[in-house]
Design a protein around this ligand. Structure first.
Ligand code: FES
Length: 133
C-alpha cells in the first residue's frame, strides 16, 4: 500500500487502517497499537461497553502510557486516567479537565474487522526500527 509523503493531499478513505478481527480485539479493554511513525504516534485501542475508541497512546502532559491507565465511567462519561500524574482524559473526545487535549481517532467495524482512521499505518506488532545513519 502506498503511503504519501505530501501533506494534506490524501483522500480520507485511504486513512482507514485495518487493525484486526473484532473477536480478538474485544477481548481486552485497552491495547497498544503501534504506529509506523514511531513511539510518539502509537495509539490506544479501547473496547468498552461494546464500543471501540482510539486515542494517542502517549499522554499529552508528559508522555505517560495511557494504555496502562485506569478507566472509569461517571455520569455516562468514559475517562482514562494517566498512570503517571492521574490526569483525566475523556475517551470519546480526548479532552482533559486540566485543559489538555489528547488526539482521538475514528474507529469503524466492518464485516467483523476493526479499522482506525489514522495518518500512518498501524499494527498490533511493533514496526521494525528504521535504519538511520
Ligand atoms: S504524563 Fe500523563 S498525567 Fe503526566
Amino acid at each position: 500500500m502506498a503511503s504519501g509523503n505530501d501533506e494534506g493531499n490524501t483522500p480520507n478513505d485511504d486513512l482507514w487502517r485495518l487493525i484486526g478481527p473484532v473477536t480478538d480485539l474485544s477481548k481486552k479493554q485497552c491495547r497498544l497499537i503501534y504506529s509506523a511513525l514511531g513511539y510518539d504516534s502509537d495509539v490506544c485501542l479501547f473496547y468498552i461497553n461494546g464500543e471501540f475508541f482510539a486515542m494517542d497512546a502517549r499522554c499529552a502532559h508528559a508522555g505517560g502510557p495511557l494504555c496502562e491507565g485506569d478507566i472509569e465511567e461517571a455520569d455516562g462519561v468514559l475517562q482514562v486516567f494517566c498512570p503517571w500524574h492521574d490526569y483525566d482524559f475523556n475517551i470519546r473526545t480526548g479532552k482533559s479537565q486540566t485543559g489538555l487535549q489528547q488526539e482521538v481517532y475514528e474507529v469503524k467495524v466492518e464485516e467483523g474487522s476493526v479499522y482506525v482512521k489514522h495518518k500512518s499505518p498501524l499494527s498490533l506488532k511493533p514496526f521494525p526500527p528504521s535504519s538511520k545513519s
